[in-house]
Ligand binder design. Sequence first.
Ligand SMILES: [Zn+2]
Length: 119
Amino acid sequence: MWKQAIPTGWDKLFEQLVQKINEQDDGAVIRDAKQKFGSLRLHLDRYTPATNELIEAAMHQSAQTCERCGAPGTLMVQPSHYYETLCEAHSGDALEVERGNVSKTYRLTPFKPTGEMDW
Ligand SMILES: [Zn+2]
């Protein structure tokens, strides 16, 4: 059910993550999964060091994977101030941002979240 919340380009990454989490802790329940600031976020109802590590690795991986097609990508910001990780073919009007500058940009621009809950 969470797959719908995940951009298409990350489908494989997400499926593999869920599978690996199940192998480590098959009772863990996904509480939330989404794209945030251009990377995959996944929250479980409980964590083990192993599942925590898996989630962090997937988050890192997603930050380098185009969320539209799965090709290697970089963090971009849309004119609407929406952050996405995109390949060159999908970047369109988006501008590349240095990952370390996200929080700075976030504070300086009137960023409007797309109606999603913040956590
Ligand atoms: Zn792409």
